[in-house]
Write a protein that binds this ligand. Structure first.
Ligand code: MN
Ligand code: MN
Ligand code: MN
Length: 277
């Protein structure tokens, strides 16, 4: 079993890298990539914990990017952790995330919630707060009855506290991953509501920048959809990746390494890796 997409509590996952590793070993995952949103902080602890275990750990990250008016997620796999460009990019993304969070906080303060940013940080337990944390603040302050309503009335695009993030472009993300010796993969291509034409344009820009892979199986994607992506992957000459996009029990319906098998006719991205251990 190979799982190349999951999250730890260093981004929005529920568990530590150590707990994820335990779960991976328990379910028989042989190759695991931790792909936290815009951070590589969880990778060292994961490597340390996995040292004497019979599992291969692949360095991973899920970068938030902007392509036209879409927020596109690009996975970086098998890169060097010490690469300077990648480390600088991670810092820059984190600054953009914090700047956005503070802007959302100010808008919510205007809407009558004092210290919304600080309260969101308190709920999160760190300063990388995102909209779900602000939604929790709105519920806590009695402004809305639940998270969904918080998004609907305040946080969604077009609502008073919506602020877009200044993410990097797809091209920048791919270039830095390649510079760091890794491979770039388009994450869950069906999650962006792109028309077929737009998806092909995205793939084209992605490949031009040096991207080589596409996630064919992701989380609870339907078999028919995975087959469709497998065909597209082959047509486009891309390597196929697979991952559960596991965020923890209660957050994800598909467990670590429990996503369906990769359709047979595509070329798995790991055929180009040396998997020793
Ligand atoms: Mn997530
Ligand atoms: Mn994603
Ligand atoms: Mn993800």
């Amino acid at each position: 079993m190979i799982d190349l997409h999951c999250h730890s509590h260093f981004s929005d996952g529920k568990f530590s890298p150590e707990v994820l590793l335990e779960q991976a070993l328990h379910t028989g995952v042989s190759v695991l990539a931790l792909t936290d949103h815009d951070t590589i902080e969880g990778l060292l602890p994961l490597h340390r914990a996995a040292q004497d275990q019979s599992i291969t750990i692949i360095n991973g990250i899920e970068l938030s990017t902007r392509w036209k008016k879409y927020d596109i997620h690009i996975l970086g796999l098998n890169f060097s952790l010490t690469n300077t460009a990648l480390n600088a990019l991670v810092i820059q993304q984190n600054e953009s995330r914090i700047a956005r969070a503070k802007a959302i906080g100010s808008r919510l303060t205007l809407a009558g919630i004092d210290d919304a940013y600080e309260k969101a940080c308190q709920i999160a337990g760190h300063d990388r707060v995102a909209r779900p944390h602000f939604a929790a603040v709105l519920v806590q302050e009695g402004k809305v009855i639940d998270i969904q309503t918080a998004f609907k009335r305040y946080l969604k695009q077009g609502k008073p506290a919506y602020v877009p993030t200044a993410w990097i472009s797809v091209q920048e993300a791919v270039e830095v991953i390649v510079q760091a010796g890794g491979q770039a993969v388009i994450a869950h291509p069906f999650k962006y509501d792109l028309t077929r034409k737009k998806l092909l344009a995205l793939i084209n820009d992605f490949k031009e920048a040096g991207g080589v892979g596409m996630e064919v199986v992701s989380g609870e994607l339907l078999r028919t959809k995975a087959n469709e992506l497998a065909r597209l992957c082959v047509d486009q000459g891309l390597l196929a990746s697979t991952g559960s996009d596991y965020h923890g029990h209660g957050y994800s319906r598909v467990g670590l390494g429990q996503q369906q098998a990769l359709p047979a006719h595509c070329t798995p991205i790991w055929t180009s890796w040396t998997l020793n251990k």
